[in-house]
Design a protein around this ligand. Sequence first.
Ligand code: S3P
Length: 436
Amino acid sequence: MKKILKINQKIKSYNKKIFVEGDKSLSIRWVLISSLSEKKSIAHNLLKSEDVVNSINCIKTLGSKVKFNENRCEIIGNGFHIKKKGTIFLDAGNSGTLGRLILGLLINSKNKIKLTGDKSLSKRDFSRVIDPLKKFGAKFNSRKTLPLSMEGLTNPKPINYLEKKGSAQCKTTVMFAALKSRGTTKIKAKKSRDHTELLFKHLKIPIQIKKGMKFDSIKVRGLKKIKPLNYRIPGDISSSAFFLVLTILSDNSQLLVKNVNINSSRIGVIKILKKMGAYIKFKNRKIYKGEKIADIFVKNSKKLKSINCPTKWNSSAIDEFLIIFLVAAKAKGISYFKELGELNQKESPRLIWASKILNLMGVKNIMTKDSIKIYGNPNLCLNKKIVIKNFLKDHRVFMMSTIAALSFGGNWKINDADSIKTSFPKFLKILRDLKS
Ligand code: S3P
């Protein structure tokens, strides 16, 4: 089903408090990890989006029992071994996180696994997880993309693995496979979100972590079973970021986003926006099962300045760059973002899309294969027609375009509103609440 969102005026000033839905990374990890325990795990505030529902469908196919109503989800998993016969067909839909992580979990599967995904996922690189999983002993029919089939092995051997991209998906896939191997897997990983490490620690899975400046060293020892995992999923900072930026760009507005996960490996967006002159404060800080949580307060900023964005923040803001680029469009001076080749490996080639949308908005920018320079204009105000059609239906391209329309004006037609169902189904409802 196609849905077109038409916007032809800026949002009026607001002063509101909102909740965003549960964090996607934590939601998918909770589902997959819970499938490993034969006892009941319970989650509250699990994100009810297509990526998470596809994760649930996959573990159900593998033998887990799941009850999911509005705010509570229960999983009784199938333990460390799948008790099914024959080839198992799994569909990861649009989710790179699900598609990659589940292969790690299935390293010890006796069944042949056939994994498919939608048009966008079928274009994405799977060699990044196929290669390390082959080292554990798995066999694959594909070298790079979906659909693929994998054959696991009863006794995977632990590996030494160097993760150089700063990809939490690659790191987690290997950590999951390590959990099912005999012996200790040693990982040296460029810094990336560390939710899996925190969950492993909380579950008392034998893990050792040495934090370095750019790389972390992680050792995971294999096990035969794990405890159930009860969890209250905090709000998603990646979803919050769209509203933080809308508020920064909207005259006389202010916003409180309640109960958001502010894990240090996820708050690159906050550091970047603050460096650009935004007013953002964390309130009511607490720690929950190793994760940092806070309410985020943000106000409209009259004076935004350009940034030469330090690359050390890239991984911790990787899902937020599209929306950060809108702040750069209004900042005084030329902003420069570099070493961002990974952005073109997402649900759609996002660096290319960012440049396209900025061009449509009349914002001068110079893009290379892994960088973009954005020439900001503090008086940016649009009154032209803009049509956005992202053929890969990238949810974040849709949300970036919506926020651009509401912040800068113009006459916008934004296709594929349905794309938000993958990560943030309540996005448009929250916007309506801000307007009312
Ligand atoms: C994720 C890691 C990131 C991020 C994705 C979710 C995760 O991907 O872009 O949305 O949950 O581990 P990479 O690990 O490929 O950078």
